[in-house]
Unconditional design. Structure first.
Length: 324
């Protein structure tokens, strides 16, 4: 008897393991903050903590969107390019006199459209996620540079640019945006049937299809969420730096993937959470911030990030071998 979609569930969660891993990540982050507080004189200053939270916030939102895709055993290499491209679109709209709310809405809808394009390429054209999103990465950079003629578009709308610099209850507004995104994401991923379908597709796509899950729709949904979150980060970045620049956020797709993986998301699919990528993003932001304060060569920051990814993926492989 074929199961209905509502009967499909993700593979049995290992709650104790997930809780332990989450606590380990929090412990690592706390350890880094304590050590940097001792070895630097400026880490705990309000200005530095505020800057760290602002930078980490944008990576965290990108990582969360990337997580939806990775759970389905996919990948989205275009998120950094989407950030730069949408910052250009937003700046152009504001320069043209379009109201802030309408400019943001149009920018987010462009993100939705990019996600639909990715879903179409994967579902209808049969292209690997790596290829279709890599093509988007290069194309969007080129389109953005054509729009700006290789330059930048200044944003002179003060209410918009002041948002990224503002605080609310002593916490940067950009960090509040992480909470704004994380709460509904948690409900979607962990408490709704659509979240269960994401895990089911990542675990075994054919089994999910035979169980009644509309696999193609779930793939569309995952890539739409990833691209829309990236467009949202493009809005936040434009507010923070007050320009639209197609070359901004270069390499952020790798930061997003690294944050998600460090946060416990399996590159093999079917394993992931909301809190993990968020903590992973702030671990990377803390490493980068601390390295800058200690005047450590930026090359070492890349090496440390790479080693973290190797260790996490290695242990993920060990877990999969023990629990096939």
């Amino acid at each position: 008897m074929t199961a209905t979609p509502t009967e499909v569930a993700a593979p049995p969660p290992r709650k104790k393991v997930n809780i332990l891993f989450g606590l380990t990540l929090i412990g690592l982050l706390a350890f880094l903050w304590i050590v940097l507080g001792f070895v630097t004189a400026s880490f705990w200053t309000p200005l530095n903590i505020s800057n760290l939270l602002r930078q980490g916030a944008m990576t965290a939102i990108l990582a969360l969107g990337q997580t939806f895709v990775i759970i389905t055993a996919g990948i989205d290499l275009s998120v950094g390019a989407i950030v730069g491209f949408t910052s250009v679109i937003l700046a152009w709209l504001l320069q043209a006199g379009v109201p802030i709310w309408a400019s943001i809405l149009i920018t987010l809808l462009i993100g939705v459209g990019i996600g639909v394009f990715h879903g179409f390429g994967i579902v209808k054209m049969g292209l690997p996620p790596f290829i279709i999103t890599l093509a988007t990465l290069t194309s969007l950079r080129g389109i953005g540079l054509l729009i700006t003629n290789g330059s930048t578009i200044n944003i002179v709308n003060e209410p918009f640019t002041n948002f990224a610099r503002a605080d609310f209850l002593g916490i940067p507004s950009l960090f509040w945006m992480v909470i704004l995104v994380a709460v509904p994401s948690y409900i979607f991923l962990h408490l709704s049937r659509w979240g269960r379908y994401l895990f089911a597709v990542g675990s075994n796509r054919e089994a999910a299809r035979l169980s009644g899950v509309r696999v193609n729709r779930i793939i569309y949904l995952a890539y739409i969420l990833s691209a829309t979150f990236a467009a949202f980060v493009g809005v936040l970045l434009a507010s923070r730096i007050a320009i639209g620049n197609a070359t901004q956020a270069d390499g952020w797709e790798l930061q997003a993937i690294a944050s998600s993986v460090i946060g416990g998301t399996s590159l093999f699919g079917a394993v992931g959470s909301v809190h993990g990528p968020l903590i992973g993003a702030f671990i990377l932001a803390t490493i980068n911030n601390g390295a800058n304060l200690l005047n450590v060569n930026s090359f070492w920051q890349r090496i440390i990030t790479g080693l973290l990814i190797i260790v996490i993926v290695y242990f993920d492989q060990l877990r999969r071998r023990r629990n096939p």
